[in-house]
Design a protein around this ligand. Sequence first.
Ligand SMILES: [Fe+2]
Length: 362
Amino acid sequence: MPSATTKRAVKTNGKPGPKHNIDAVREAYYERISKFDMAPLWKVMKDVVTKEPVTRCVPAIWHYDDVKALVLESGGLISAEEAQRRVLILENPALRGESRATNTLFAGIQMILPGEIAPAHRHVSSAIRFVLDGEGAYTAVEGEKAFMSPGDFVITANWAPHDHGNPSKKPMLWLDVLDFPAVNFFEASFAAYFGDKMQNTTRQDGDSLAFYGSGVLPDGAPVQLNRSPVINYTYARTRPVVDRLKKAGDIDKSHGARVRYANPINGGPVLPTMGACLALFPKGFKGEKYRATDGTIFVCTEGGGVTKVEDKVLEWGPNDVFVVPPWKRYSHHPHKESVLFSISDRPAQEALGIWREDKNPS
Ligand SMILES: [Fe+2]
């Protein structure tokens, strides 16, 4: 007797079919529905609704000695103005050609030479800039000219006009992290370029940090704002805080003495799509394993050590940038007192209700 399925398939087909070969009947059916741009979910169910996160990213590290030499070389090839932004992309080795370090985040190293200007523009993608090298270049954002120093963390939020300039005598290099892979996933990107290379600045360096990051708010400050009004979170202000945390004994077993950069209006992340942390690891710290669904980009600002990601060991030193993919077990093991800055898409995942962590992965 043919099975009920075969009977149905044969009947639906309208003509006699191979009663004993259900596979052939099914394949013929799949081919037929394919012509109508339809496909059977049951064939791909396990791949599209996975039991656990599946990532295409791999752990990766870019050592600053290599990166700096290569980026400096680009200075002789193209000007900042011609390039709009002279940036070398840090591409995840498993995602080459896709301009991304993780599935949702772009990372790149930008350089601006003495006397150069990277002209004003704006875009829907938000950016985090983490200063690696140099002193005295600026990012002008929404009318504030923020002069940058190593370890400073500058944000340019969605649609905020911004330009960069370097009136100093040395090249300045920083890590750019943008959310455009996520924005492009939604196919929601816009960008605009201005006739003037530089925007008019009406606020002094440090104004936004003083106005919003001092335990007070300007009278009339917005009650709700989904991105921080602070342009530049300086290393000079934040670094002593993690030292105080360490001295107070507030040291997480996986993350060390860590602070999260906050939007002073609502205590939330600095940007709705990306968040950042600064963590101090005392000498002798042996991190416990941890995993979460946000892929994370780390930068070493001080010290040196290794981060174990599953069976891969990433050895880092100052200004090295490395990536931990989503849901991979990792642990930090500094060789000496060390500081790591990190950026991830956790705020976006939390807003969507999909972020998860595992504090004790086996
Ligand atoms: Fe930009």
